[in-house]
Design a protein around this ligand. Structure first.
Ligand code: AMP
Ligand code: GLY
Length: 423
Protein backbone atom coordinates (compact mmCIF):
# COMPACT_ATOMS: atom_id res chain seq x y z
CA UNK A 1 0.00 0.00 0.00
CA UNK A 2 0.92 3.67 -0.39
CA UNK A 3 1.15 5.86 2.70
CA UNK A 4 1.36 9.64 3.07
CA UNK A 5 2.79 10.88 6.37
CA UNK A 6 2.10 14.52 7.25
CA UNK A 7 4.75 16.38 9.27
CA UNK A 8 8.47 16.79 9.45
CA UNK A 9 9.89 16.50 12.96
CA UNK A 10 11.68 13.90 15.06
CA UNK A 11 8.35 12.35 15.99
CA UNK A 12 7.44 11.90 12.33
CA UNK A 13 10.85 10.40 11.61
CA UNK A 14 10.21 7.78 14.31
CA UNK A 15 6.71 7.15 12.91
CA UNK A 16 8.25 6.82 9.44
CA UNK A 17 10.61 4.09 10.70
CA UNK A 18 7.65 2.19 12.16
CA UNK A 19 5.65 2.50 8.93
CA UNK A 20 8.70 1.47 6.91
CA UNK A 21 9.03 -1.71 9.00
CA UNK A 22 5.54 -2.81 7.95
CA UNK A 23 5.68 -5.47 5.22
CA UNK A 24 2.31 -4.13 4.01
CA UNK A 25 3.76 -0.81 2.84
CA UNK A 26 5.37 -0.41 -0.61
CA UNK A 27 5.76 3.33 -0.92
CA UNK A 28 5.84 6.22 1.56
CA UNK A 29 5.56 9.96 0.94
CA UNK A 30 6.19 12.57 3.64
CA UNK A 31 4.92 16.14 3.48
CA UNK A 32 7.03 18.13 4.03
CA UNK A 33 9.42 15.71 5.82
CA UNK A 34 13.04 16.53 6.57
CA UNK A 35 16.51 15.66 5.28
CA UNK A 36 16.82 12.52 7.40
CA UNK A 37 13.70 10.96 5.92
CA UNK A 38 14.78 11.03 2.29
CA UNK A 39 16.23 7.50 2.33
CA UNK A 40 12.94 5.89 3.38
CA UNK A 41 10.36 8.14 1.78
CA UNK A 42 9.81 10.59 -1.02
CA UNK A 43 9.63 14.13 0.32
CA UNK A 44 6.73 16.25 -0.90
CA UNK A 45 7.04 20.04 -0.54
CA UNK A 46 3.56 20.68 0.90
CA UNK A 47 3.04 22.24 4.33
CA UNK A 48 1.02 20.49 7.06
CA UNK A 49 -1.71 23.17 7.01
CA UNK A 50 -2.23 23.10 3.23
CA UNK A 51 -5.15 20.69 3.37
CA UNK A 52 -6.36 21.25 -0.20
CA UNK A 53 -2.93 20.56 -1.67
CA UNK A 54 -2.44 17.51 0.55
CA UNK A 55 -5.84 16.13 -0.48
CA UNK A 56 -5.12 16.76 -4.16
CA UNK A 57 -1.77 15.00 -3.80
CA UNK A 58 -3.33 12.01 -2.00
CA UNK A 59 -5.90 11.67 -4.78
CA UNK A 60 -3.36 12.04 -7.56
CA UNK A 61 -1.01 9.40 -6.11
CA UNK A 62 -3.90 7.12 -5.02
CA UNK A 63 -2.68 7.09 -1.42
CA UNK A 64 -4.27 4.26 0.62
CA UNK A 65 -3.65 5.77 4.03
CA UNK A 66 -2.62 9.20 5.29
CA UNK A 67 -1.19 9.58 8.81
CA UNK A 68 -1.12 12.82 10.81
CA UNK A 69 0.05 13.20 14.41
CA UNK A 70 0.66 16.92 14.77
CA UNK A 71 -1.51 19.21 16.90
CA UNK A 72 -2.03 22.21 14.60
CA UNK A 73 -3.43 20.33 11.56
CA UNK A 74 -5.45 17.96 13.78
CA UNK A 75 -7.04 20.80 15.76
CA UNK A 76 -7.74 22.62 12.49
CA UNK A 77 -9.60 19.59 11.09
CA UNK A 78 -7.26 17.81 8.69
CA UNK A 79 -8.96 14.48 9.45
CA UNK A 80 -12.43 15.90 8.76
CA UNK A 81 -11.19 17.42 5.49
CA UNK A 82 -9.66 14.14 4.27
CA UNK A 83 -12.73 12.14 5.29
CA UNK A 84 -15.03 14.61 3.54
CA UNK A 85 -12.94 14.02 0.40
CA UNK A 86 -13.45 10.26 0.78
CA UNK A 87 -9.85 9.57 1.82
CA UNK A 88 -8.60 7.33 4.63
CA UNK A 89 -6.62 9.08 7.34
CA UNK A 90 -5.31 8.10 10.76
CA UNK A 91 -5.61 10.93 13.26
CA UNK A 92 -8.10 12.64 15.52
CA UNK A 93 -11.13 14.54 14.24
CA UNK A 94 -11.44 18.22 15.09
CA UNK A 95 -14.23 17.81 17.62
CA UNK A 96 -12.09 15.38 19.66
CA UNK A 97 -8.73 17.10 19.09
CA UNK A 98 -10.11 19.87 21.30
CA UNK A 99 -8.94 17.71 24.21
CA UNK A 100 -5.50 19.18 23.46
CA UNK A 101 -6.60 22.35 21.71
CA UNK A 102 -8.43 23.81 24.70
CA UNK A 103 -7.24 23.50 28.29
CA UNK A 104 -10.58 24.91 29.45
CA UNK A 105 -12.33 22.05 27.63
CA UNK A 106 -10.05 19.31 28.94
CA UNK A 107 -10.18 20.59 32.52
CA UNK A 108 -13.97 20.82 32.28
CA UNK A 109 -14.14 17.26 30.96
CA UNK A 110 -12.06 15.96 33.85
CA UNK A 111 -14.14 17.86 36.40
CA UNK A 112 -17.42 16.61 34.94
CA UNK A 113 -16.33 12.96 34.83
CA UNK A 114 -14.29 12.88 38.05
CA UNK A 115 -10.95 12.23 36.38
CA UNK A 116 -8.12 13.15 38.77
CA UNK A 117 -6.32 16.39 37.88
CA UNK A 118 -5.11 19.58 39.57
CA UNK A 119 -7.89 21.84 40.97
CA UNK A 120 -8.47 24.86 38.76
CA UNK A 121 -10.61 27.82 37.72
CA UNK A 122 -11.04 29.41 34.27
CA UNK A 123 -10.96 33.20 33.74
CA UNK A 124 -11.75 35.56 30.89
CA UNK A 125 -11.26 38.73 32.95
CA UNK A 126 -7.73 39.55 34.19
CA UNK A 127 -9.10 41.43 37.25
CA UNK A 128 -11.00 38.38 38.39
CA UNK A 129 -7.93 36.25 37.79
CA UNK A 130 -5.86 38.59 40.00
CA UNK A 131 -8.48 38.53 42.74
CA UNK A 132 -8.54 34.73 42.69
CA UNK A 133 -4.74 34.58 42.89
CA UNK A 134 -4.88 36.59 46.15
CA UNK A 135 -6.72 33.68 47.77
CA UNK A 136 -4.40 30.91 46.52
CA UNK A 137 -1.26 29.16 47.76
CA UNK A 138 1.98 29.61 45.78
CA UNK A 139 3.52 28.23 43.60
CA UNK A 140 0.66 28.26 41.15
CA UNK A 141 0.28 27.39 37.47
CA UNK A 142 -1.13 29.63 34.71
CA UNK A 143 -2.14 28.13 31.37
CA UNK A 144 -3.21 29.98 28.24
CA UNK A 145 -6.30 28.18 26.93
CA UNK A 146 -5.32 27.25 23.36
CA UNK A 147 -2.41 25.69 21.52
CA UNK A 148 0.75 27.60 22.32
CA UNK A 149 3.39 25.11 21.19
CA UNK A 150 3.85 23.90 24.76
CA UNK A 151 4.92 27.37 25.82
CA UNK A 152 1.65 28.72 27.19
CA UNK A 153 2.27 27.41 30.71
CA UNK A 154 3.78 29.55 33.46
CA UNK A 155 4.75 28.17 36.85
CA UNK A 156 4.79 31.09 39.27
CA UNK A 157 6.54 31.04 42.62
CA UNK A 158 5.13 34.27 44.07
CA UNK A 159 1.91 36.30 43.88
CA UNK A 160 3.76 39.12 42.07
CA UNK A 161 5.07 36.70 39.48
CA UNK A 162 1.59 35.22 39.03
CA UNK A 163 -0.02 38.65 38.53
CA UNK A 164 2.67 39.56 36.02
CA UNK A 165 1.87 36.25 34.30
CA UNK A 166 -1.82 37.13 34.03
CA UNK A 167 -0.83 40.38 32.34
CA UNK A 168 1.59 38.61 29.97
CA UNK A 169 -1.01 36.06 28.88
CA UNK A 170 -4.29 37.99 28.99
CA UNK A 171 -3.33 41.61 28.28
CA UNK A 172 -0.01 41.52 26.39
CA UNK A 173 -1.29 38.39 24.59
CA UNK A 174 2.17 36.84 24.50
CA UNK A 175 0.63 33.57 23.28
CA UNK A 176 -1.88 35.28 20.99
CA UNK A 177 -5.56 34.40 21.20
CA UNK A 178 -4.67 31.38 23.35
CA UNK A 179 -4.68 33.99 26.13
CA UNK A 180 -8.36 34.99 25.82
CA UNK A 181 -9.12 32.37 28.43
CA UNK A 182 -6.81 31.56 31.30
CA UNK A 183 -6.73 28.42 33.40
CA UNK A 184 -5.25 28.88 36.87
CA UNK A 185 -4.47 25.61 38.57
CA UNK A 186 -2.98 24.14 41.68
CA UNK A 187 0.73 23.27 41.50
CA UNK A 188 1.31 19.53 41.76
CA UNK A 189 4.51 17.74 42.70
CA UNK A 190 5.63 14.27 41.72
CA UNK A 191 7.24 12.44 38.85
CA UNK A 192 5.91 13.09 35.38
CA UNK A 193 5.23 10.08 33.18
CA UNK A 194 3.95 10.03 29.61
CA UNK A 195 1.44 7.32 28.72
CA UNK A 196 0.43 7.08 25.07
CA UNK A 197 -2.53 5.06 23.93
CA UNK A 198 -4.03 4.08 20.60
CA UNK A 199 -7.77 4.72 20.77
CA UNK A 200 -10.57 3.56 18.44
CA UNK A 201 -13.45 5.55 19.93
CA UNK A 202 -14.37 2.86 22.47
CA UNK A 203 -11.27 0.82 23.31
CA UNK A 204 -7.72 1.85 23.98
CA UNK A 205 -4.41 0.01 23.77
CA UNK A 206 -1.72 1.47 26.00
CA UNK A 207 1.79 1.77 24.63
CA UNK A 208 4.85 1.31 26.80
CA UNK A 209 5.51 4.20 29.21
CA UNK A 210 8.15 6.90 28.87
CA UNK A 211 9.50 10.03 30.55
CA UNK A 212 10.47 13.34 29.00
CA UNK A 213 13.06 15.88 30.20
CA UNK A 214 11.55 19.28 29.44
CA UNK A 215 14.09 21.69 30.90
CA UNK A 216 17.05 22.87 28.84
CA UNK A 217 19.79 22.27 31.40
CA UNK A 218 21.24 19.39 33.41
CA UNK A 219 19.55 18.74 36.73
CA UNK A 220 16.22 20.01 35.32
CA UNK A 221 17.35 23.64 35.31
CA UNK A 222 16.80 26.40 32.77
CA UNK A 223 13.92 27.10 30.45
CA UNK A 224 11.18 24.72 29.36
CA UNK A 225 11.80 23.24 25.92
CA UNK A 226 9.96 20.94 23.55
CA UNK A 227 11.90 18.10 25.24
CA UNK A 228 15.65 17.42 25.59
CA UNK A 229 15.50 13.64 25.88
CA UNK A 230 13.39 10.68 26.89
CA UNK A 231 13.59 7.15 28.19
CA UNK A 232 11.29 4.17 28.06
CA UNK A 233 9.94 2.34 29.97
CA UNK A 234 9.49 4.46 33.09
CA UNK A 235 10.39 2.36 36.14
CA UNK A 236 8.05 4.58 38.17
CA UNK A 237 5.00 3.63 36.12
CA UNK A 238 4.47 0.35 37.94
CA UNK A 239 1.83 -2.28 37.20
CA UNK A 240 -0.11 -1.06 40.22
CA UNK A 241 -0.09 2.54 39.00
CA UNK A 242 -1.06 1.36 35.56
CA UNK A 243 -4.09 -0.42 36.99
CA UNK A 244 -5.14 2.69 38.87
CA UNK A 245 -4.79 4.74 35.69
CA UNK A 246 -6.77 2.18 33.66
CA UNK A 247 -9.65 2.50 36.11
CA UNK A 248 -9.53 6.18 37.05
CA UNK A 249 -8.03 7.91 34.01
CA UNK A 250 -7.61 6.01 30.73
CA UNK A 251 -10.96 4.29 30.22
CA UNK A 252 -12.93 7.11 31.89
CA UNK A 253 -11.39 9.60 29.43
CA UNK A 254 -12.25 7.50 26.38
CA UNK A 255 -15.78 6.95 27.74
CA UNK A 256 -16.21 10.64 28.57
CA UNK A 257 -15.30 11.72 25.05
CA UNK A 258 -17.78 9.24 23.64
CA UNK A 259 -20.54 10.48 25.95
CA UNK A 260 -19.81 14.05 24.90
CA UNK A 261 -20.35 13.05 21.27
CA UNK A 262 -16.64 13.54 20.57
CA UNK A 263 -15.51 9.96 19.96
CA UNK A 264 -11.76 9.92 20.19
CA UNK A 265 -9.84 8.06 17.50
CA UNK A 266 -6.10 8.31 17.12
CA UNK A 267 -3.31 8.58 19.66
CA UNK A 268 -4.20 9.97 23.06
CA UNK A 269 -1.27 11.22 25.11
CA UNK A 270 -1.77 11.26 28.86
CA UNK A 271 0.72 13.54 30.62
CA UNK A 272 0.56 12.18 34.17
CA UNK A 273 1.91 13.39 37.49
CA UNK A 274 2.46 10.64 40.06
CA UNK A 275 1.47 12.62 43.17
CA UNK A 276 1.22 11.52 46.79
CA UNK A 277 -2.54 11.32 46.26
CA UNK A 278 -2.17 9.08 43.24
CA UNK A 279 -1.74 9.66 39.52
CA UNK A 280 -3.29 12.85 38.11
CA UNK A 281 -3.57 14.23 34.59
CA UNK A 282 -1.31 17.21 33.83
CA UNK A 283 -2.36 17.43 30.20
CA UNK A 284 -3.83 15.55 27.29
CA UNK A 285 -2.42 15.65 23.79
CA UNK A 286 -4.13 14.37 20.69
CA UNK A 287 -1.05 12.86 19.12
CA UNK A 288 2.21 11.00 19.68
CA UNK A 289 4.50 12.91 22.07
CA UNK A 290 7.78 14.31 20.92
CA UNK A 291 10.43 13.12 21.84
CA UNK A 292 8.56 10.29 23.63
CA UNK A 293 7.73 8.65 20.31
CA UNK A 294 11.45 8.36 19.61
CA UNK A 295 11.82 5.87 22.48
CA UNK A 296 8.38 4.23 22.32
CA UNK A 297 8.05 3.26 18.66
CA UNK A 298 11.52 1.67 18.26
CA UNK A 299 10.36 -0.81 20.94
CA UNK A 300 7.00 -1.60 19.32
CA UNK A 301 6.73 -5.06 17.76
CA UNK A 302 3.18 -4.90 16.37
CA UNK A 303 2.70 -3.73 12.76
CA UNK A 304 1.75 -0.06 13.11
CA UNK A 305 -0.43 -0.16 9.98
CA UNK A 306 -2.58 -2.91 11.54
CA UNK A 307 -2.95 -0.74 14.63
CA UNK A 308 -3.83 2.41 12.66
CA UNK A 309 -6.51 0.51 10.75
CA UNK A 310 -7.94 -1.00 13.93
CA UNK A 311 -8.25 2.52 15.40
CA UNK A 312 -10.14 3.70 12.32
CA UNK A 313 -12.38 0.60 12.21
CA UNK A 314 -13.18 0.39 15.92
CA UNK A 315 -11.52 -3.03 16.26
CA UNK A 316 -8.64 -2.20 18.55
CA UNK A 317 -9.84 -4.86 21.02
CA UNK A 318 -8.76 -7.48 18.45
CA UNK A 319 -5.16 -6.18 18.39
CA UNK A 320 -2.50 -7.51 20.72
CA UNK A 321 -0.14 -4.56 21.11
CA UNK A 322 3.37 -5.80 21.86
CA UNK A 323 6.58 -4.09 22.91
CA UNK A 324 10.05 -5.59 23.16
CA UNK A 325 11.26 -6.43 26.65
CA UNK A 326 14.11 -3.94 26.43
CA UNK A 327 14.65 -0.22 27.00
CA UNK A 328 15.40 2.89 24.97
CA UNK A 329 16.98 6.26 25.69
CA UNK A 330 16.85 9.30 23.39
CA UNK A 331 19.29 12.20 23.77
CA UNK A 332 18.32 15.33 21.86
CA UNK A 333 21.18 17.10 20.11
CA UNK A 334 20.24 20.78 20.00
CA UNK A 335 21.82 24.01 18.84
CA UNK A 336 23.60 26.01 21.55
CA UNK A 337 21.20 28.72 22.72
CA UNK A 338 17.98 26.74 22.23
CA UNK A 339 15.18 27.46 23.16
CA UNK A 340 15.93 31.20 22.94
CA UNK A 341 18.16 31.99 19.96
CA UNK A 342 20.61 29.91 17.99
CA UNK A 343 22.38 29.75 14.65
CA UNK A 344 21.53 27.35 11.86
CA UNK A 345 23.15 26.00 8.70
CA UNK A 346 26.06 23.98 10.14
CA UNK A 347 27.10 20.78 8.36
CA UNK A 348 26.34 17.59 10.32
CA UNK A 349 28.79 14.67 10.24
CA UNK A 350 28.61 11.09 11.52
CA UNK A 351 25.07 10.33 10.40
CA UNK A 352 26.09 7.14 8.58
CA UNK A 353 27.00 5.23 11.75
CA UNK A 354 23.43 4.36 12.78
CA UNK A 355 22.22 0.82 12.02
CA UNK A 356 18.46 1.57 12.42
CA UNK A 357 18.14 -1.56 14.56
CA UNK A 358 19.73 -0.65 17.87
CA UNK A 359 20.83 2.89 17.08
CA UNK A 360 18.60 5.48 15.46
CA UNK A 361 19.17 9.09 14.54
CA UNK A 362 15.82 10.86 14.18
CA UNK A 363 16.00 14.23 12.47
CA UNK A 364 14.03 17.17 13.86
CA UNK A 365 15.61 20.37 12.52
CA UNK A 366 17.75 19.46 9.51
CA UNK A 367 17.73 20.24 5.80
CA UNK A 368 19.82 19.78 2.68
CA UNK A 369 21.92 22.79 1.75
CA UNK A 370 22.49 23.83 -1.86
CA UNK A 371 25.41 21.40 -2.09
CA UNK A 372 23.25 18.49 -0.95
CA UNK A 373 24.82 18.28 2.50
CA UNK A 374 22.68 17.80 5.62
CA UNK A 375 22.87 20.92 7.81
CA UNK A 376 21.29 22.10 11.08
CA UNK A 377 17.97 23.89 10.60
CA UNK A 378 16.40 24.27 14.04
CA UNK A 379 16.79 24.41 17.80
CA UNK A 380 16.33 20.72 18.28
CA UNK A 381 18.40 19.15 15.51
CA UNK A 382 18.50 15.38 16.09
CA UNK A 383 17.19 12.75 18.49
CA UNK A 384 19.77 10.02 19.05
CA UNK A 385 18.02 6.89 20.31
CA UNK A 386 19.66 3.67 21.42
CA UNK A 387 18.19 0.42 22.66
CA UNK A 388 19.65 -1.74 25.41
CA UNK A 389 18.60 -4.72 27.44
CA UNK A 390 17.80 -2.35 30.31
CA UNK A 391 17.70 1.41 30.86
CA UNK A 392 21.27 1.59 32.10
CA UNK A 393 22.61 -0.09 28.99
CA UNK A 394 20.35 1.95 26.69
CA UNK A 395 21.58 5.14 28.32
CA UNK A 396 25.26 4.21 27.92
CA UNK A 397 24.58 3.31 24.27
CA UNK A 398 22.70 6.55 23.59
CA UNK A 399 25.49 8.71 25.01
CA UNK A 400 28.07 6.71 23.03
CA UNK A 401 26.07 7.28 19.82
CA UNK A 402 25.56 10.97 20.64
CA UNK A 403 29.34 11.34 20.24
CA UNK A 404 29.29 9.87 16.73
CA UNK A 405 27.49 12.94 15.43
CA UNK A 406 29.10 16.34 15.19
CA UNK A 407 28.11 19.85 14.16
CA UNK A 408 29.09 23.37 15.23
CA UNK A 409 27.33 24.57 18.42
CA UNK A 410 26.09 21.06 19.31
CA UNK A 411 24.42 21.05 22.72
CA UNK A 412 22.91 18.24 24.79
CA UNK A 413 21.97 17.40 28.34
CA UNK A 414 24.21 14.86 30.04
CA UNK A 415 21.72 13.47 32.53
CA UNK A 416 18.94 12.02 30.38
CA UNK A 417 17.58 8.98 32.18
CA UNK A 418 19.62 9.67 35.30
CA UNK A 419 16.44 9.48 37.40
CA UNK A 420 16.37 5.74 36.79
CA UNK A 421 19.26 5.37 39.21
CA UNK A 422 16.78 6.25 41.96
CA UNK A 423 14.22 3.66 40.89
P1 AMP B 1 1.43 21.34 29.92
O1 AMP B 1 1.60 22.11 28.63
O2 AMP B 1 0.08 21.42 30.50
O3 AMP B 1 1.94 19.93 29.79
O4 AMP B 1 2.47 21.93 30.93
C1 AMP B 1 3.87 21.94 30.65
C2 AMP B 1 4.63 21.50 31.86
O5 AMP B 1 4.36 22.34 32.97
C3 AMP B 1 4.26 20.11 32.35
O6 AMP B 1 4.91 19.09 31.67
C4 AMP B 1 4.63 20.18 33.80
O7 AMP B 1 6.01 19.95 33.97
C5 AMP B 1 4.33 21.60 34.17
N1 AMP B 1 2.98 21.68 34.77
C6 AMP B 1 1.82 21.87 34.14
N2 AMP B 1 0.79 21.88 35.00
C7 AMP B 1 1.31 21.68 36.22
C8 AMP B 1 0.77 21.61 37.54
N3 AMP B 1 -0.54 21.75 37.77
N4 AMP B 1 1.62 21.41 38.55
C9 AMP B 1 2.95 21.30 38.34
N5 AMP B 1 3.52 21.37 37.13
C10 AMP B 1 2.73 21.56 36.08
N1 GLY C 1 6.88 15.80 24.99
C1 GLY C 1 5.72 16.53 25.22
C2 GLY C 1 4.79 16.63 24.08
O1 GLY C 1 4.91 15.97 23.08
O2 GLY C 1 3.87 17.43 24.19
Amino acid sequence: MKVLLVGGGGREHAILHAIHRSPRVDKIYVAPGNAGMADMAELVPIGVMEFDSLIAFAKEKEIDLTVCSQDDPLCAGIVDAFEAAGLKIFGTRKNAAIIEGSKAFSKGLMKKYGIPTAKYEVFTDPKEADAYLETQKMPIVLKADGLALGKGVLICQTLEEAKAGVKTIMEDKKFGNAGNELVIEEFMTGREVSALAFVDGTHYALMTSSQDHKRAGDGDTGLNTGGMGTFSPSPFFTEEIRKTCDKEIFQPTVDAMKKEGREFRGVLYFGLMLTEDGPKVVEYNTRFGDPETQVVLPRMKTDIIDVFEACMNGTLDKIHLEFADNAAVCVVLASQGYPVSYEKGFVISGLDKFDNKNYFCFHAGTKFDDQGRIVTNGGRVLGVTALGKNLKEARANAYKAAEWVDFANKYMRHDIGKAIDEA
